[in-house]
Design a protein around this ligand. Structure first.
Ligand code: ADP
Ligand code: GLC
Length: 491
């Protein structure tokens, strides 16, 4: 039997280029599919960091001038984990200083519609009879708004492959003024409620949700939440209409990259059987971040984008109250200027007790997961979240708000759940400062009950968050979509 061929189109892939969890998933899910025997290839824009790390590669195709842009090329290389990679090289669009979506000042690139319009269009071409490659996928898997226009393009190309789109975060929609539709080469007729139109704009994400054969999102709980007004971000109507084609699949984690026993960023590797290394990582972290070298106080850790979504504002707000408890706090993050400033100010006000590193630092993120005693993740909404899973694997029980994937991946610690071995953290409902404070107090007092704390930590570290199960669930979705297409053709 020939292998299933899947093109996985995405705007970031770890370790080449990362702004958040999408990169982690785009690095690990294709690798897990590859191990399951799927012929999967990743399509990614040629940002400077990607080209620098690409290694040996070939030019495998070129695309004519489009939307006033010069011709683009497709380069083929291989990820370190052996997954084949197709890099879309269009220097005017992708080779610039700054991030994948924003310039160094944190403003969106003004030509994002074209940058990700081209990515979407090339994904669609590669998944159609018009592909310049001899390899043609059976299915196109899109991720978030940046590749959301691909199912719309494919809809207008006869004989295109079926599509699946994964929502990693419904809050980011890729909405642009309606006029851009002509430049993007889509027929004016698709600018309608039954198409790409969303409150008067052209929405890349809406296009993907409307035209794809199937929609997935990154946790079962979030799949339900986005069909309601509160977390539907205006798309709840379409999503509930399509609920029969909407599946929530909990993300896994890259268990090779996030393994306390082998983690290359740690000074001392450890496992549940050898926990002494964790205490040494705590000391190394305190040293690195300028915290007092206390061994008896629980150290709270945070690694986060500093945005409204993540609830960091509430944590900063209650920080002075937290300082009345016997705790230290180590934060790593970047994002909104006001939050960065508030975190810095707290570290000056409480030297040795609160430390804040502003920026993006892969090594430090691992060191916080390992060196902290308790991880704090009070997201207002969270499609899946990865850090709460990393922290469980590192024996650092997380405190989370009961939302999205956090509710699906952390079991609140109660006498019953401790007894039956499922307890793995502290979950609070009703997002506000008092409830967050109460959850932290609960975790801290549990920390001082060391026999029970050790059981909790052991439970956390024994949990299986590997991609295997989730990759199998994606395969099931692919098969369903392909058989529905085949059925449709035969009718
Ligand atoms: P999101 O994608 O919404 O930011 P996730 O929890 O899914 O949230 O994934 C975030 C990923 O980005 C994790 O791998 C986390 O460690 C990483 N990360 C977030 N902020 C930083 C930072 N400032 N430095 C290093 N890594 C970070
Ligand atoms: C998004 C979400 C996060 C999720 C990640 C990967 O960035 O905010 O919850 O874990 O995508 O799917």
């Amino acid at each position: 039997m020939s292998k299933l061929r899947v093109l996985f189109a995405t705007s970031e892939v770890a370790p080449l280029i990362k702004t958040g969890g999408l990169a982690d998933v785009s690095g690990a899910l294709p690798a897990a599919l590859h191990r399951s025997g799927v012929d999967v290839r990743i399509l990614l824009p040629g940002y400077p960091k990607v080209l620098e790390q690409l290694g040996p590669h070939k030019v495998v195709a070129s695309f004519d001038r489009w939307a006033g842009l010069p011709a683009a090329r497709l380069l083929s290389g291989t990820m370190a984990n052996h997954v084949p990679l197709l890099v879309l090289d269009c220097p005017v669009l992708y080779q610039r200083e700054g991030g994948p979506y924003q310039n160094t000042a944190g403003q969106d690139w003004p030509d994002n519609a074209l940058r990700f319009g081209l990515l979407s269009r090339v994904a669609a071409l590669l998944a159609s009879a018009e592909t310049p490659l001899s390899w043609r996928p059976d299915l196109l898997h899109c991720n978030d708004w940046q590749t959301g226009l691909a199912p719309a393009y494919l809809h207008f190309i006869p004989g295109g492959a079926p599509t699946v789109i994964t929502i990693h975060n419904l809050a980011f929609q890729g909405n642009f003024p309606a006029e851009i539709i002509t430049e993007l080469g889509l027929p004016a007729s698709c600018f309608s409620v039954e198409g790409v139109e969303f409150y008067g704009n052209l929405s890349f994400l809406k296009a993907g949700l409307f035209y794809s054969d199937h929609i997935t999102t990154v946790s079962p709980n979030y799949a339900k939440e986005i069909q309601q007004e509160e977390l539907g971000f205006g798309m709840q109507g379409l999503l509930s209409l399509r609920s029969a084609q909407l599946t929530g699949i909990l993300n896994g984690i890259d268990t090779a990259e996030w393994n306390p026993l082998t983690d290359r960023y740690l000074t001392n590797n450890y496992s549940h059987a050898r926990m002494f290394g964790k205490a040494l990582n705590k000391r190394a972290l305190q040293n690195r971040m300028g915290l007092g070298l206390e061994s008896g106080l629980p150290l709270l850790g945070v690694v986060s984008r500093f945005t409204y979504q993540k609830g960091v504002d509430l944590l900063l707000e209650i920080a002075p109250r937290l300082m009345e408890l016997p705790v230290q706090l180590a934060m790593l993050g970047s994002g909104e200027a006001a939050l960065q400033e508030a975190a810095r100010a707290l570290s000056h006000r409480y030297p040795g007790r609160i430390a804040a590193t502003i920026g993006f630092d892969e090594a430090l993120s691992h060191q916080i997961e390992a060196g902290a005693d308790i991880f704090v993740m009070p997201s207002r909404f969270e499609p899946c979240g990865l850090n709460q899973m990393y922290s469980q694997r590192y024996g650092t029980p997380p405190i989370v708000h009961a939302t999205g994937g956090l509710a699906d991946s952390v079991v609140d610690c109660t006498p019953e759940s401790l007894k039956d071995g499922t307890a793995s953290g502290f979950v609070f409902s009703d997002m506000d400062a008092d409830n967050l404070h109460a959850a932290i107090r609960r975790a801290v007092s549990m920390y001082f009950d060391q026999p029970h704390w050790k059981i909790l930590r052991k439970n956390c570290m024994a949990k299986d968050f590997s991609w295997q199960t989730s990759a199998a669930a994606y395969l099931e979705v692919y098969r369903k979509v392909l058989s529905q297409r085949a059925e449709h053709r035969n009718n």
